[in-house]
Ligand binder design. Structure first.
Ligand code: FJE
Ligand code: FE
Length: 319
């Protein structure tokens, strides 16, 4: 709560007339959009085994974007590069494939390939060891890490797999949305989010605009996947445009997020992701995310000795 207040004050100081500036005159009601408080260009970095990802959210954004821990855009990952056998504990990973396919295998015998438009919503809980390997030469997608609350970090692992056809879609006035989690245009996703989360994939025609409601206390960000020159405008119609591969972090509060595609020729594609902050301490050691250092030490021990959820660690190798 204290953090939220501090941030509101900080933002208020920077944009004193934000409510007036961001009021949309062309909308039927007066929708007050959140302003953008930070932009992060997702730089290429090496991960896994010979893989390269763009990291949009990393440790420096974790406080601003609680409950989100990481956002990677993978686009330069072709076989044999990939993410071979590795563990997770204490959070969820959401993999959304945009092009190509990713095959996953885990130490409980779960195996499958997800292709363009499909989503795997994995709750690592007390422990998963898996591999995530690209299926084709050209692959593109997003992986989001969502933290779990202290009382859910040690739950049984779980998968929710949605093929493209299971994901609800809606369209109005040149705006298409795929509702991966949460609700948009009156349509609800079937995904169960333990940490309340919204995950929407938007495509706006040239000149289109949209207002998306977001609960006031939630943290929210957008990640621009494709945009024409000067196309992607968030928060206020006269804000400066954002180019592809940027994360835009929104302030808290207000009615939600307004977006404009100011390009006259190119579509704008971005994901809008929001979640209810957990407000708990985060201690991360690579793929383990717990609340305290003692819990991390315990996790390393569990992984090493194959205990408390990592029983299969000693025997299992992906094929
Ligand atoms: C990981 C190194 C990793 N971003 N994007 C360390 F590579 C990974 C990891 C991924 C990953 C997987 C996919 Cl499919 C897409 C990713 C990192 O698997 F989890 C840790 N800790
Ligand atoms: Fe993983």
């Amino acid at each position: 709560m204290r953090a939220a207040l501090n941030r509101a004050n900080f933002v208020g100081g920077l944009f004193s007339f934000r409510n007036i500036k961001s009021m949309s005159s062309s909308s039927s009601q007066n929708f007050v959009s959140r302003s953008v408080i930070k932009k992060v260009f997702a730089k290429l970095q090496k991960e896994g085994d010979g893989a390269v990802v763009r990291r949009g959210i990393s440790r420096s954004e974790q406080k601003l974007l609680d409950p989100f821990l990481m956002l990677d855009e993978f686009s330069a990952v072709s076989p044999p590069a990939g993410f071979p056998d590795h563990p997770h504990r204490g959070f969820e990973t959401v993999t959304y494939v945009l092009e190509g396919g990713i095959t996953h295998q885990d130490f409980k015998g779960h195996k499958g390939t997800i292709y363009a438009g499909d989503v795997q919503w994995m709750t690592a809980g007390r422990g998963i060891i898996h591999s995530e390997m690209p299926e084709e030469e050209i692959n593109k997608g997003l992986q989001l890490w969502i933290n779990l609350s202290s009382n859910e970090k040690m739950i049984e692992p779980n998968y929710q797999e949605l093929s493209s056809s299971d994901i609800p879609k809606a369209e109005q006035n040149g705006v298409q949305v795929k509702i991966i989690a949460g609700e948009s245009m009156g349509i609800q996703s079937p995904v169960y989010t333990r940490t309340p989360t919204m995950f929407l994939d938007f495509i706006l025609d040239p000149g289109a605009q949209f207002h998306q409601n977001v609960p006031e206390s939630w943290n929210a960000f957008a990640y621009v996947l494709e945009s024409g020159e000067g196309g992607a405008v968030f928060g206020s119609s006269n804000a400066s445009p954002v180019s592809s591969h940027n994360v835009v972090v929104f302030e808290q509060g207000n009615d939600g997020v307004s977006v404009w595609n100011k390009s006259s020729s190119k579509k704008l594609r971005f994901v809008l992701i929001a979640g209810e902050p957990l407000g708990e301490p985060v201690v991360q050691y690579g793929p383990f995310v717990m609340n305290t250092q003692a819990e991390i030490d315990m996790t390393i021990e569990d992984y090493h000795y194959g205990k408390n959820g990592f029983e299969m660690a000693k025997y299992w190798r992906s094929q």
